[in-house]
Design a protein around this ligand. Structure first.
Ligand SMILES: Nc1nc2c(ncn2[C@@H]2O[C@H](COP(=O)(O)OP(=O)(O)OP(=O)(O)O)[C@@H](O)[C@H]2O)c(=O)[nH]1
Length: 316
């Protein structure tokens, strides 16, 4: 997943302590041998500290994905969780700090050569570097906060996708289990209390993805808050079709009239092609509701046909 690579963003203190400590340790033994040796050691300490800070900062920036190129699905989700503009600004301030510290370390090495006391100049250099880092303190904290939120997003790929919808207990999980290869993965989805289920299957050389988003597509749209609505609309940026599963046996606990209403909601609000499947065919052979396919995720009847219809619609 694109946000997985982002490692923890260190705090101001962690960055500064690590750089100065390493710089001192690397040059600890070099001071013996008079003025010239001491000058060399101080020069090297400033350069080492400067390089460590410069590298650390540019690595942090590099690990964040470029928001110009991330898939629109993730961009939408990211925007619900974090302030993407603020993240961008923080990243560019880190970039600035990285260059600034690089320049400072070179500038102070020059300064040291003509100075009466090189330790004095070294201390000044460290002070300037620390104050640059201090000026981006809030950016570091914000980026770490953003990183922690973004990492919770599930690994939804840019693959042709089947989104499963329908009231609870109509057989959505059974459908995902029936059509996907390995055991579907349950990933956290920060917009609902339940996890999103993601499974995969192959047809020829193509890989497909099946996702079930409990809590989002299993009750009337009117019951949803704004965040849930956004999390749903993000799905339309995937190359996806919806299978809406009905349970005409009503053993799921919802009457067909309610289920039909949710189907209308999904059709009207979602902007994706919808295939309507009546499940639990083994329980009720006389379904009168107009559907595209009848199936039973228990007996397996109709599952292949449903899948073929879904793949046809995906191709369209
Ligand atoms: N008789 C019969 N029972 C089924 C069929 N498909 C699913 N069930 C049963 O219906 C119940 C609910 O199935 P699930 O697949 O968990 O339904 P779900 O829609 O994923 O439910 P949530 O995860 O709560 O949203 C289970 O007890 C299944 O065994 C079917 O084709 N026939």
């Amino acid at each position: 997943m694109i946000f997985e690579k982002i490692s923890t963003v260190p705090t101001e203190d962690e960055l500064v302590d690590k750089a100065f400590r390493r710089a001192s340790r690397a040059n600890a033994g070099k001071k013996r041998g008079g003025r010239e040796a001491a000058l060399k050691a101080d020069e090297s300490m400033v350069l080492t500290a400067g390089n460590i800070l410069t590298d650390n900062l540019s690595n942090i920036v590099r690990r964040f994905p470029s928001f110009e190129t991330i898939p629109p699905f993730y961009y939408e989700l990211a925007q619900i969780l974090v302030d993407v503009d603020r993240m961008r600004q923080s990243l560019s301030r880190l970039d600035w700090a990285s260059y600034k510290i690089h320049d400072l370390s070179r500038e102070y090495v020059q300064k040291m050569r003509g100075a009466p006391s090189s330790p004095q100049v070294r201390k000044e250099a460290f002070g300037r570097m620390a104050s640059v880092i201090s000026s981006i303190k809030k950016d570091l904290l914000y980026l770490n906060e953003a990183r922690n939120k973004l990492r919770k997003l599930p690994d939804v790929r840019e693959e042709p996708t089947i989104v499963v919808a329908g009231y609870p207990n109509v057989g959505k999980s059974s459908f995902v289990a029936a059509v996907t290869d390995a055991r579907p993965e349950v990933a956290s989805y920060p917009f609902t209390t339940k996890g999103v289920t993601i499974g995969h299957f192959m047809r020829g050389y193509n890989r497909y993805q099946v996702i079930d988003t409990p809590g989002l597509l299993d009750r009337p749209m009117a019951d949803r808050n704004e965040v849930e609505m956004q999390a749903i609309t993000a799905l339309k940026y995937l190359d996806a079709v919806v299978i809406f599963i009905l349970d005409p046996s009503e053993t799921c606990g919802y009457e067909m009239s309610q289920q039909a209403k949710l189907l209308d909601d999904v059709r009207n609000n979602f902007g994706l092609p919808v295939l309507v499947a009546a499940n639990k065919l083994d329980l009720c052979g006389n379904n009168t509701f107009k559907v595209d396919i009848e199936m039973s995720t228990l007996s397996g009847e109709g599952i292949d046909e449903a899948l073929s219809l879904l793949l046809e619609r995906l191709e369209e």
